[in-house]
Design a protein around this ligand. Structure first.
Ligand SMILES: CC(C)(COP(=O)(O)OP(=O)(O)OC[C@H]1O[C@@H](n2cnc3c(N)ncnc32)[C@H](O)[C@@H]1OP(=O)(O)O)[C@@H](O)C(=O)NCCC(=O)NCCS
Length: 160
């Protein structure tokens, strides 16, 4: 059994973290209805570089035998347009398939929650693609509940 260490990412981790993000993108690609910009990965690189130094954000990685096997990103946000309350917006949570169901995802979220607590934030929020039933089961197991659902339809199919 390899030892896994969950820790806050450093600038040197960004390239490998982006490889994990690519794994997540591969999974989620089938569920996207809006075509991604070609520059999304260079934007993600810039975002990670900002978050590893920004007091309002955090990049968490899981490391096993010198390789990154897990990722999670958090950024302070105001999730409700009706409220000034801030929460930790969580994204890009991904564990390498060979390392799943070993508690790594839970440990990444615990590290994000520790950061949120340190910033005085009472909640974490995140978005899940509706067909991602495995992720929904994971989030529910950790105590998350769905709060709102985005519906979409094609314009041409709505014109009778
Ligand atoms: C979702 C994901 C991050 C979970 O990571 P993980 O390291 O396997 O999760 P953990 O081992 O920490 O599991 C935590 C709990 O969730 C449960 N869980 C994890 N995956 C589950 C699944 N597919 N179905 C049901 N329960 C699941 C575990 O049983 C565990 O519960 P327990 O501690 O009571 O036993 C991982 O499966 C993944 O990377 N999936 C693809 C990317 C993705 O969908 N990310 C989320 C985008 S919103």
């Amino acid at each position: 059994v390899s030892t896994v260490r969950v820790r806050i990412a450093r600038v040197e981790d960004i390239d490998e973290a982006l490889e994990l993000l690519a794994g997540l993108n591969e999974l989620e690609g089938a569920w996207r209805v809006f075509p991604p910009r070609p520059v999304v990965f260079s934007e993600a690189r810039d975002r990670y570089a900002r978050l590893v130094t920004d007091a309002d954000g955090i990049v968490v990685v899981a490391e096993a035998e010198g390789s990154l096997v897990g990722l999670g990103v958090g950024e302070v946000s105001r999730p409700s347009s009706w409220s000034d309350e801030r929460a930790l917006d969580v994204a890009n949570v991904y564990v390498d398939p060979a390392h799943r169901r070993q508690g790594i995802g839970r440990a990444i979220v615990a590290e994000l929650a520790l950061f949120a607590a340190g910033r005085g934030l009472e909640r974490l929020v995140l978005r899940v693609f509706a067909p991602n039933h495995e992720a929904a089961a994971f989030w529910r197991r950790l105590g998350f509940e769905p709060r709102l659902v985005q519906f979409t339809a094609r314009t041409d199919e709505l014109m009778s």
